[in-house]
Write a protein that binds this ligand. Sequence first.
Ligand code: SAM
Length: 236
Amino acid sequence: MNANELSPRLQVVADYVPKDARLADIGSDHAYLPVALVLNKKIQYAIAGEVVQGPYEAAQRQVAKNGLGESIEVRLADGMEAVFLEDQVDAVTICGMGGVLIRDILARGKNLQRLSGSEKLILQPNVGEKQLREWLTVEGYTITAEEILEDHRKVYEVIVAEKLEAAAEYTPQELLFGPFLLQERSAIFLEKWQRQLEKLEKVRANLARSDQQLAEKIAQVEQEIQWIQEVLDESK
Ligand code: SAM
């Protein structure tokens, strides 16, 4: 794969980065996304933020190898701490992590005033999409686009969110399934939720079984109490 070619998952994310955006890619192992975007001339400036030394160095090497040190700043930092308001970032990508971690990175970024609220957020949670949508909604973001795709036999969702003049409101079902994905109901979406249904049905069966076991155990203990009481009463 060339440096300007992305995996299908990251390509979908890249497609939502606005032309000429000032991008912060948080959790930028190897800096693949910003490097491809700059090489393809979609953007001219990016910050690649990484909190772990190894991926940070991998990102530095990738940027240097492609001669992009002028365009991409690789910063070793926790979450949005890689970004300052003076950087005038107008798009943030956070990909390949759990939705709860992405949510916590954004929430901390907001508290530390590293997130102005005017950035376009392009998020690709591996799991925990519902919790991420819930946070976005509470914070007044509107989900402006969503994608679901399969890459290397895994299903991924991409959520694009922005603060608009009037924030959208979502039903609990829309927060779980995704407002756009629910409307579209693609084949991948239906497969994903069919698998989840089968998983939950197994959970329900196991719970019913453990309920049954619990009831049997309680009955056993009650029987034993009764027998002991009878013996003790008879012996008085
Ligand atoms: N974003 C890339 C992608 O989607 O292919 C890399 C995904 S990789 C699975 C997740 C990266 O996020 C790791 O390199 C990890 O070190 C980094 N990471 C996790 N928590 C982070 C945080 N709080 N701040 C910055 N980077 C973080």
